[in-house]
Design a protein around this ligand. Structure first.
Ligand code: NDP
Length: 476
């Protein structure tokens, strides 16, 4: 065979990735379970480059130059396993199977092990940016062996988004590292979206502003520290008018947020690792609360707000407070996400370079933002940085907004506006910077009812007090 790369699974994502490869001059073998999709790709886009269509998997594999590089872009879960099972007997040692779907990273770890036993490379790859990104340049997060990246990497880098000429693609780490990092990316996306939604709600309720008015505020914010794809999207959505009713579009959209599960995976993993990603967790639960129809119906109009009307005396100052609170909360959420990557990297032996992760998220993906440059610089200054917001640049950025953040969270509480992500991020900030936390009392309680022991501030060792007896202290 002569094709340099193959794509199997030609629904919207695979089709656009295949076109992206072809547009970059690669000869692309294409295959799909249902041949009609393969045919329509070649009929509609054959002029964009060189496609080699095959009806059978065997012909598809045979059309590829060795070592073969096969991108699998099918539904995550059993479909991915089915395609891999069909591929493996047709491949030869040294060939590379790339799963570019949204796999959960433990599945990727399992598949990598299974294919390694056949002498094959399995590259679980995060791809972010949706259909548009797949076609025009996504952010690509490949896992797998360094050896596989040596031949596959240049092709993926070629089709990835570029920022300042730098590809938004790098080798993340072994086995499940790529899909893991994509999962955390999505978790951070949840947090960022929730924070933006809370800022919108504060402006709506605090100022009584209309959606298009708030859209203008977001458009202005997009020219400063907050400049990012999500802020830009927010401004556009808020400015949009519903054609059917003539009302602002967001006012006719039902307020029950859905999710496909990556936020939940991120939180589940953070619980396993013991990493407090409160921003992502609150964002995931906020979606769940919005969809809790029976609970909301039972509470609405019954549970009192017991608040006074909200009159903001200086709208301009309030808007600036919300902006600063949003930025500070966002820094906390990102800081937590990067902590989770560090913890997973240590736990699973992945050796992930956090500076590189921030670098490949600057373009192509949903959380692309100007300030990711700053995150890269912080981790370049100190690759072992224990806390992102303790990097001097970010400490200064957060410090600048702490007073505003407190005013906003206090006002939200006083006026009954739910701001779980703003509030919990501030609580995290105060918790992580505290001289002394009340965990001393927790330890004392645990020792009282469970003899769980405690450490002392003044002496080394592990201690237990005989609570049910004479209350003398024993060294454990
Ligand atoms: P879908 O997730 O809708 O999957 C459809 C494709 O899977 C079709 O090609 C279909 O073939 C194939 N397929 C399903 N079951 C089987 C099977 N048992 N055997 C062989 N092929 C099968 O496609 P999308 O393009 O939307 O997404 C592809 C992947 O990309 C998914 O993992 C998804 O999670 C991920 N994704 C990522 C996004 C991103 O932004 N990164 C956005 C959207 C999706 P057939 O035509 O024969 O039915």
């Amino acid at each position: 065979g002569t094709a340099q790369i193959g794509v199997t699974g030609l629904a919207v994502m695979g089709r656009n990735l295949a076109r992206n490869f072809a547009r970059h001059g690669y000869t692309v073998a294409v295959h799909n379970r249902t041949y009609a999709r393969t045919q329509s790709l070649v009929t509609e886009h054959g002029d964009e480059g060189t496609f080699v269509p095959s009806e059978s998997m065997a012909d598809f594999v045979a059309s590829l130059a060795r070592p073969r590089k096969v991108v699998v872009m099918v539904q995550a879960g059993p479909a991915t396993d089915a395609v891999i099972d069909e591929l493996v007997p047709l491949l030869e040692p040294g060939d590379i199977v790339v799963d570019a779907g949204n796999a959960h990273f433990p599945d990727t770890v399992r598949r990598e092990q299974a294919l390694r036993a056949h002498g094959l490379h399995f590259v679980g790859t995060g791809v972010s940016g949706g259909e548009e990104g797949a076609l025009n340049g996504p952010s690509i997060m490949p896992g797998g062996t360094a050896e596989s990246y040596a031949s596959l990497g240049p092709i993926l880098e070629a089709i990835s988004a570029k920022v300042d000429g730098v590809p938004c693609c790098t080798h993340v780490g072994p086995d499940g590292a790529g899909h893991f990092v994509k999962m955390v990316h999505n978790g951070i996306e949840y947090a960022d979206m929730q924070l933006i939604a809370e800022a919108y709600d504060l402006l709506r309720q605090g100022l009584g502003a209309s959606a298009p008015e708030i859209g203008e505020v977001f458009a202005a914010w997009n020219t400063g520290d907050l400049e990012s794809y999500l802020i830009e999207v927010t401004a556009e959505v808020l400015a949009h008018t519903d054609a059917a009713t003539g009302r602002p579009f967001v006012d006719v959209v039902a307020d029950a947020a859905e999710q496909k599960g990556t936020g939940r995976w991120t939180v589940q993993n953070a619980l396993d690792l013991g990493v407090p990603i409160t921003g992502i967790a609150e964002a995931t639960f906020a979606r769940a609360l919005s969809g809790s129809a029976p609970q909301r119906a039972a509470a609405r109009g019954v549970l009192p707000a017991d608040t006074l009307a909200w009159n903001v005396p200086e709208p301009g100052a309030f808007i600036e407070d919300v902006r600063l609170a949003l930025y500070a909360s966002k820094l906390v959420a990102y800081s937590q996400g990067f902590d989770q990557i560090a913890a997973a990297s240590a736990q699973y032996g992945w050796d992930i370079d956090r500076a590189a992760m921030a670098r490949i998220w600057r373009g192509g993906c949903i959380i692309r933002a100007k300030f990711l440059d700053r995150i890269t610089q912080a981790y370049e200054r100190n690759p072992e940085l224990p806390l992102l917001i303790a990097d001097p640049y970010f400490t200064a950025a957060v410090s600048n907004g702490v007073a505003a953040w407190r005013r906003v969270v206090a006002a939200a509480a006083a006026h009954g506006v739910p701001t779980p992500a703003f509030s919990s991020s501030l609580a995290y900030y105060d918790g992580v910077r505290a001289e002394r936390l009340p965990a001393n009392l927790i330890q004392a309680q645990r020792d009282f009812f469970g003899a769980h022991t405690y450490r002392r501030v003044d002496r080394d060792g592990v201690f237990h007090t005989d609570w049910s007896g004479d209350r003398t202290e024993q060294t454990w």
